[in-house]
Design a protein around this ligand. Structure first.
Ligand SMILES: NC(=O)c1ccc[n+]([C@@H]2O[C@H](COP(=O)([O-])OP(=O)(O)OC[C@H]3O[C@@H](n4cnc5c(N)ncnc54)[C@H](OP(=O)(O)O)[C@@H]3O)[C@@H](O)[C@H]2O)c1
Length: 323
């Protein structure tokens, strides 16, 4: 299945169950998994695309207690698997524990970038690599160690850079030279060019004297660097292809209850704990949203998916759904 088969269709508005809330979607943010699911026909015709959203709560499930009607919230909507719900939609469901209310000053376009990107980053830094959650409002305590982010300018990478800094690491990342300043703006102490693997490895070793932990977020040739500079068992990966077999895999897909066959209560609990911290981490300025490129109207979704597939650099495409 290709992008030609992504169509705008009409379905009934889904009803929230359990602790779900229904939102009127203001912005839907595109992730690579959205077009990958379309391309592989993973879920079949009629599946609603999209996971990351922000918008206004318009209905509450019977067990929802954290949000009220009219709250503006963001998070992960169960999508890419179901015919009755998905994020690239006028209305979408959120599980309230895997969502957050927008703090003052945060717009829905920026808020929509958090879902998968920030959740995956939290899974990498806290759940997979065992770092403690930060206490919002307290200063970061340097731990004297280095963290390597392979793919520092990816959507996930800009969150990993910030979270690793926040828990006390010095951070060195890889990116294209055009994005060196961007990755430093998000907190990296140093950035290397992944296009020259040997040069990047030498530079990481020269600057750090050896890294303690790392994250592989890009895949492909980037493994040539991360597998060399990060010690065995201390590299968390979100992509396939580990040439060593030593990386720890982090997969965010297990946190939503609707994904019944793969749902992991432990993963859910971890990410729920992280999302509970998010409003304060944002309002104190400790962690900021990714960069956004806005497209307008639900009709822009197919082209946005194609644009993401063709390759984005240092930004996330968000589609404004509510006019
Ligand atoms: N397992 C999971 O649960 C999970 C969750 C989220 C994402 N993912 C996967 O993780 C990957 C990243 O997702 P994303 O949304 O963060 O990506 P993205 O923002 O769409 O990725 C684009 C970025 O990739 C960078 N890049 C490309 N090749 C690279 C290389 N060899 N080394 C370092 N950086 C490179 C580019 O950097 P420059 O422009 O600077 O060159 C560009 O900024 C995707 O494959 C996605 O499917 C998995």
């Amino acid at each position: 299945m290709g992008f030609g088969s992504v169509e705008i269709i009409t379905i009934p508005v889904p009803a929230p169950q359990g602790d779900e809330v229904l939102i009127r979607v203001a912005h839907y943010a595109i992730n690579p998994t959205d077009w990958k699911q379309v391309d592989t026909s993973a879920t079949g015709p009629g599946t609603v695309v999209g996971i990351d959203v922000a918008g206004t709560v318009v209905a509450l499930g019977p067990d929802a207690t954290r949000f009220k009607l009219g709250d503006v919230v963001a998070g992960l909507s169960p999508g890419n698997k179901f015919k009755d719900n998905g994020g690239a939609s006028e209305y979408a469901l959120l599980e309230e524990e895997i969502a957050f209310a927008l703090p003052a000053g945060l717009g829905t376009a920026e808020a929509a970038t958090w879902g998968i990107g920030a959740g995956t980053a939290a899974q990498v830094v806290f759940q997979s690599l065992g770092n403690a959650f930060p206490v919002p409002g307290t200063p970061a305590a340097p731990n004297g160690k280095w963290f390597f982010v392979s793919g520092g300018s990816t959507a996930v990478g800009l969150f990993v850079v910030q979270l690793a800094k926040r828990v006390g690491y010095s951070v060195i990342a890889s990116a294209s030279p055009a994005n060196f300043d961007l990755v430093k703006e998000y907190g990296a102490d140093a950035v290397v060019d992944y296009h020259d693997a040997a040069g990047a490895i030498a530079e990481v070793e020269r600057v750090t004297g050896g890294v303690a932990q790392g994250a592989e977020l890009a895949g492909g040739s980037s493994w040539d660097i991360s597998a060399k500079v990060v010690p065995e068992g201390s590299l968390a990966a979100i992509v396939l292809g580990d040439p060593t077999g030593h990386a720890i895999r982090s997969i965010l897909g297990y946190v939503l209850k609707r994904t019944k066959e793969t749902y992991s209560p432990k993963d859910h609990e971890y990410i729920a704990r992280f999302y509970a911290l998010v409003p304060e981490l944002i309002s104190t300025g400790e962690i900021k949203s990714g960069q956004v490129t806005e497209r307008v109207g639900i009709d822009a979704v197919p082209a946005g998916l194609a644009e993401n597939k063709a390759g984005v650099s240092g930004t996330k495409i968000v589609v404004r759904i509510a006019q």
